[in-house]
Ligand binder design. Structure first.
Ligand SMILES: [Fe+2]
Ligand SMILES: [Fe+2]
Length: 240
């Protein structure tokens, strides 16, 4: 795929994981704000679009088997993968990080008041994400699987209480924006997840865990916003 500054960042992120890593490392939002052009996403991230373009053109990382398939694999498989890989990761990471952040705040909060703010912001992300994933797993994902089954000639889909799949998708995308914004605030409050010079091992572990959590969230939201949701809308549109 050839890129220019007008190419949409979600198309770049979809092209291969190397490109996605370049965007992630540059702090460019490719998941929630994926519909923007590279030019405007770079402006927002305060990085040079020309430099990013150069990196993207130099990047030759091939798509590893397993990653490219999501644009064509059955949606039943993609939703299963999202639940097993990303939802489970979020559920495992939340109690671990909350405990670690509490411990670090108790020990260093007197000198580093931002730790209390980070702990509170993370509690908000945790609460929102746990409710959000439950809605996806209980309402949206099962409906998408039914839509796909019907499209393959297996049964029919009753009109859902939410009328069209676009409605829960719209809500889920708003919630993605909110979680992404809270993580941006955590990144800012933690100086880009850089612990201070006097930080202990737990402090380092907590910031490293938060950085990983944000990175995983970006990929998780990318799979939903840029692949799963548009494919579900397409299926529903084709069925009408
Ligand atoms: Fe999800
Ligand atoms: Fe989601």
């Amino acid at each position: 795929m050839s890129f220019n500054t007008d190419t949409k960042v979600n198309e770049i992120a979809l092209s291969n994981p190397g490109a996605r890593h370049i965007l992630e490392d540059a702090g460019i939002d490719y998941c929630c704000g994926g519909g923007k052009s590279l030019q405007s996403a770079c402006l927002q991230a305060n990085v040079s679009a020309e430099e990013i373009l150069l990196l993207l053109r130099q990047n030759s990382e091939a798509v590893p088997p397993g990653e490219a398939q999501w644009t064509s694999a059955p949606l039943a498989q993609l939703t299963k993968h999202i639940q097993e890989r990303h939802h489970q990761y979020v559920r495992d990471a939340i109690p671990r990080l909350r405990q670690l952040l509490g411990k670090v705040r108790e020990k260093h909060g007197g000198k580093h008041s931002e730790l209390g703010q980070i702990e509170k912001l993370f509690a908000d992300v945790a609460r929102e994400m746990l409710m959000h994933m439950q809605k996806e797993e209980q309402i949206l994902f099962p409906f998408i699987v039914l839509l796909e089954r019907a499209a393959n000639g297996n049964g029919s889909v009753e009109p859902p209480f939410f009328q069209t799949v676009r409605n829960p998708i719209y809500s889920m995308m708003k919630e993605h924006d909110s979680a992404g914004e809270l993580m941006r605030q955590i990144r800012a409050a933690s100086n880009g997840y850089q612990p201070p010079a006097d930080a202990c091992t737990s402090y380092h572990a907590a910031f490293q865990g938060l950085a990983e959590f944000e990175k995983d969230l970006h990929f998780h939201v990318h799979l939903e916003n840029n692949i799963l949701f548009p494919r579900a809308v397409e299926l529903e549109t084709a069925a009408v």
